[in-house]
Each structure stands twice: as structure tokens, then as C-alpha cells.
Design a protein around this ligand. Structure first.
Ligand code: PGA
Length: 250
């Protein structure tokens, strides 16, 4: 099993001053190569890449266009991000699915576009509270996964990361229990294993949704939880560092 991977999703937070302070803290933290990434808002990506050079912390984007170039006002292409030195692109975060109505087809196109330019997609999946309470969480997430895999092909998942983020746990302080998260991660892996054992074994499946310094270690102790996609706690260097330390200690 690959080592744990911790990704910070800053969402639309930060100012020039606060990002500067956050990056200074992160640059002093030190990380094993490939074990930590942060995804700042687009405009702070160049500053992050420059401040984190040589620290082992990689940089990703929170979104990416499905298009290469052209008359697409407001879009940012995978080629542009890659040229800056980005390594990852979060694709299909529930906030984008819900508020920008991004469809599975659009997300699959973004996934293909990101990989074509050398970015590793971090594909987010997750059910709503209604779906969980109705007993349909596993089936819903499986459908989200299959609708992208059917388009991009199973082999391309070997160069991607999956993040399971139950919508009801994001920013709410209500983390999925380690058992709930483990059950879903194992299910995601078994769906992939139907198509390719090799890919299922290789792909990292991160958990996201109110991960913090206090709950990280227990989540990471579960077999199929390969790391975390961290929102709020990634904006505080000490909390983020504790989560990284918990991942390293497993
Ligand atoms: P949270 O966000 O850690 O603040 O719940 C996670 C995410 O949305 O990626």
C-alpha cells in the first residue's frame, strides 16, 4: 500500500498577507516528497510554488478547465497550471458539483484534460445526508465513480487520487466515523478491483470532511484510508502539521 497523502484545500480563503504567513509556516515544516500538497486559490498558486520549492510540499489547483485554450472567459487550463509547476488538480469537489452544477461528463473531461498535461487529478466523490439516511450512500458514490471511470478508462485511475468527502461532513465539524469512512473506501476499492486489481491496489483514497488534528490519527489507522483532503484545518499551520505528523506516524 502506498504511503499516506495529505492535501490541503484552501478553498476561497486568504489575502496576500495571510497566504504569505501560511506559506512561510509551511516552508519551515518540511515534508517527504509526494506526501503533502496544498491547493490555494488560483491567484496564489505562483506564490505557493515559489515559497514551497524544495520543501517536499507540492501545489495543486482546486479546479481546472476541461478545455485546452480558446474563448473561455474565466477558465484556467491544465496546460497553464502545469507550466506554473502545479502537480495536482482537485476535480469534482461537492461545492463545484452543487453550486456550479458540474456534471459527471464535465468532470470526466476535466480529468482527461488534467492528465493530458501531466496533472494528477484528485477526484472527489461523496453523498448527501439524505442519501446516507436513506441507506443509499454506497450505491450513490459507486455511481459517481463509475460514471467518470466509464469515460476516462480504468487504467487512467492509476495516475489519479480519489477523495471520499461525504457532503454532510464538509465544514460541519461532523466527521464520518472511521468505520463509515473505511466502509466507503473499501467499497470504492472493490468497485475498482472489479475492473483492475492493480489499479485498485495502487490508487490512494483520501478521506475529507472535518479532518482535524484530533481525529486524523484514528482515521489514518484504517486500512483503506490513505490520507486526507483537509479544508479548514489546512489554513492553520500547526493543525495541518499535526495531521501530517499523524499520517507519518501510522
Ligand atoms: P473541511 O473541508 O475539512 O473544512 O470539512 C474539506 C473539503 O471540503 O475538502
Amino acid at each position: 500500500m502506498p504511503k499516506k497523502f495529505i492535501v490541503g484545500n484552501w478553498k476561497m480563503h486568504g489575502s496576500i498577507e495571510s497566504v504569505d504567513a501560511l506559506l512561510s509556516g509551511l516552508s519551515l515544516m518540511g515534508a517527504d516528497a509526494g506526501s503533502v500538497a496544498v491547493c490555494p486559490p488560483f491567484v496564489f498558486i505562483p506564490a505557493a510554488i515559489s515559497a514551497l520549492k524544495g520543501t517536499g510540499v507540492s501545489v495543486g489547483s482546486q479546479n481546472v478547465s476541461a478545455y485546452d485554450q480558446g474563448a473561455y472567459t474565466g477558465e484556467i487550463s491544465a496546460g497553464m497550471l502545469s507550466q506554473l509547476g502545479c502537480k495536482y488538480a482537485i476535480i469534482g469537489h461537492s461545492e463545484r458539483r452543487e453550486q456550479w452544477l458540474e456534471s459527471d461528463q464535465q468532470l470526466a473531461a476535466k480529468f482527461v484534460s488534467a492528465q493530458a498535461k501531466g496533472l494528477t487529478p484528485i477526484l472527489c466523490l461523496g453523498e448527501s445526508i439524505e442519501q446516507r439516511e436513506a441507506g443509499g450512500a454506497l450505491a450513490f458514490v459507486e455511481r459517481q465513480l463509475r460514471s467518470v471511470v466509464d469515460i476516462v478508462g480504468i487504467e487512467s485511475l492509476s495516475l489519479a487520487v480519489i477523495a471520499y468527502e461525504p457532503v454532510w461532513a464538509i465544514g460541519t465539524g461532523k466527521t464520518a466515523s472511521p468505520d463509515q469512512a473505511q466502509e466507503m473506501h473499501a467499497h470504492i476499492r472493490s468497485v475498482l478491483a472489479e475492473l483492475s486489481d492493480e489499479v485498485a491496489e495502487k490508487v490512494q483514497i483520501l478521506y475529507g470532511g472535518s479532518v482535524n488534528a484530533a481525529n486524523a490519527a484514528e482515521l489514518f489507522s484504517r486500512q483503506d484510508i490513505d490520507g486526507a483532503l483537509v479544508g479548514g484545518a489546512s489554513l492553520k499551520v500547526d493543525d495541518f502539521a499535526s495531521i501530517i505528523a499523524a499520517a507519518k506516524a501510522v
